[in-house]
Design a protein around this ligand. Structure first.
Ligand SMILES: Cc1cc2nc3c(=O)[nH]c(=O)nc-3n(C[C@H](O)[C@H](O)[C@H](O)COP(=O)(O)OP(=O)(O)OC[C@H]3O[C@@H](n4cnc5c(N)ncnc54)[C@H](O)[C@@H]3O)c2cc1C
Length: 470
């Protein structure tokens, strides 16, 4: 039967929706397999009312909660710690698309709705939900909002925050806040919605959201271009922005070594460019095929004439466009297959990126000879994934143990010195909580702690994540 808490939980959700012992494995380990915890139990509520009951129960029994969506987060924020005391609150059964409102260009969905399902629901109405991530077949809208996910279309449509109009949240006390407004304008006091977005489960449980939809572009065209260096890729970005403006919907870069990793671990993926220094994946939207092709060829022609591009392929069909995007989206998987690595999800002013990479090139190898940087990301947003793979002959565990702290410090110092951020889109979770405490100003930290204390006075919502104990 278990403890009185577990008995009450089963009475609330039914036996089948309270998992214990051997049934919890998938919920206790993160996607990267870097964090492996032990949960008290996993609760799988099916409605907002059930979430509220579970949270009230946790408050009464002082049980800490870790909310979990698709468990694709990359900073260890969605899995329990090793204490065996945390309840995993999985939103996976709350998948309903409650309403699509084509005139208001909104969709209201439950938090456990998988991102791809919302994209499909919008598509069924001839509309677009533009958030796009490599994990979109598994990650959930609740998780996207809790981590303020970015992805490959931020350049044109913004992050999850900018795509959200309203939220429904269960507070730490187990009350339901219905803020599911579909309004574009609502200046009635503090913006509570924006507090919960990006709070990584530490301020409340998101149970539903109203998200913005967009008209679907008439035609979308994708190209892969080879650039001799990062300066050339930035030059291409400038050209593409100037000529395409809002028509530019994606601008991703992939450094040559990342392509080599793809060739090693996914040899079945066709790589149409021959060993480029850097590859740029460009996407543009236009009214029709003819204007899309004309505009894209003008950009590539101009960039080629100026030596910014040395080779390029333009997708001739949707299937070919998918293949090009698959290259980009498979890099995290190729890295995982190569072995555990140090991830840096950094944001910099675009104007500072080339200089940052030159400094890293000149200094990191002196710290760890044979280090293998894997660099790719959303150049159009100034967001790079500057990941470090162990030297070929060094086991990953030894690499992390010996070098992670010093490498993080060197990389983050260089980022911060240029006005950048050490977490662009993945959040803080457990991985970067100490870094946040070290690098945020005392004023910012004090305000964050005050907000947390006000909304979760017992400190039961995802403790130890984002803000480490004071
Ligand atoms: C292959 C791959 C590619 C990726 N690409 C990108 C990318 O391009 N851009 C990007 O930003 N991220 C990317 N990610 C990271 C990840 O997919 C996103 O952060 C995603 O938004 C997480 O959603 P999830 O449902 O899996 O959340 P989870 O991993 O389950 O949780 C993430 C955090 O949110 C909290 N949380 C989850 N649901 C709720 C809820 N309902 N209420 C309150 N808190 C909640 C959790 O406690 C945790 O702290 C990628 C991950 C993978 C594996």
């Amino acid at each position: 039967m278990g403890t009185p808490f577990l008995q009450a939980l089963r009475a609330c959700l039914g036996d089948a929706n309270v998992l214990v012992d051997g049934d919890m494995d998938a919920y206790e380990v993160d996607w990267r397999k870097r964090y492996r915890g032990r949960a008290l139990a996993v609760a799988r509520p099916a409605s907002t009312a059930e979430v509220a009951s579970v949270v009230r129960l946790c408050a009464a029994h002082a049980v800490p909660i870790v909310p979990q969506g698709g468990n694709t987060g990359l900073v260890g924020g969605g899995v329990p710690d090793a204490s065996g005391r945390m309840l995993v609150l999985s939103l996976a059964r709350m998948q309903q698309v409650r309403r699509v409102d084509p005139d208001n260009l909104t969709a209201t969905v439950e938090a456990g709705c998988v991102l791809h399902a919302l994209q499909a629901a919008a598509d069924a109405h001839g509309l677009l939900f533009p958030l796009r991530l490599g994990s979109e077949g598994t990650c959930t809208i609740g998780g996207n909002l809790a981590s303020n996910a970015g992805g490959t279309q931020v350049l044109r449509y913004g992050t999850a925050r900018e795509l959200c109009l309203g939220l429904e949240v269960v507070t730490a006390g187990g009350e339901v806040w219905d803020g599911l407004s579909g309004l574009r304008k609502d200046n009635t006091g503090y913006d509570l919605r924006d507090l919960f977005i990006g709070s990584e489960g530490t301020l409340g449980i998101i149970t539903a959201a109203t998200m913005k939809l967009h008209p679907r572009p008439g035609w979308t065209l994708t190209a892969l271009a080879a650039c001799p260096g990062i300066d050339a890729a930035i030059g291409l970005l400038r050209t593409a922005r100037a000529r395409l403006d809002a028509g530019l919907t994606g601008f991703e870069v992939i450094e040559g070594f990342a392509l080599q990793l793809l060739a090693r671990h996914f040899p079945q993926l066709r790589q149409p460019l021959h060993a480029p220094g850097w590859a740029v994946l460009l996407e543009l939207a236009a009214d029709d095929q003819a204007s899309a092709e004309r505009r894209l060829h003008a950009v590539l022609g101009d960039a080629t004439a100026r030596g910014l591009v040395t080779d390029a392929v333009v997708a001739g069909s949707l299937a070919q466009a998918r293949e090009l995007w698959q290259l980009r989206e498979s890099i995290p998987l190729a890295q995982a297959r190569e072995g555990l690595n140090i991830k840096h999800d950094i944001a910099l002013p675009v104007s500072a990126i080339a200089d940052f990479l030159r400094e890293m090139d000149a200094t990191l190898h002196t710290l760890v000879p044979g280090l293998r940087p894997v660099v790719y990301g959303h150049l159009g947003d100034g967001n790079l994934h500057f990941n470090l793979q162990a030297p070929q002959d060094m086991p990953a565990a030894v690499f992390l143990d010996r070098h992670e702290a010093a490498l993080n410090q060197r990389v983050h110092d260089a980022v911060v010195a240029r006005g950048g951020s050490f977490s662009a889109e993945h959040g803080i979770g457990a991985l970067k909580a100490a870094e946040l405490a070290r690098r945020k100003s005392p004023v910012a930290l004090a305000m964050m702690r005050a907000i947390r204390q006000a909304l979760d006075p017992q400190g039961l919502l995802n403790p130890g994540r984002v803000l480490p104990p004071a």
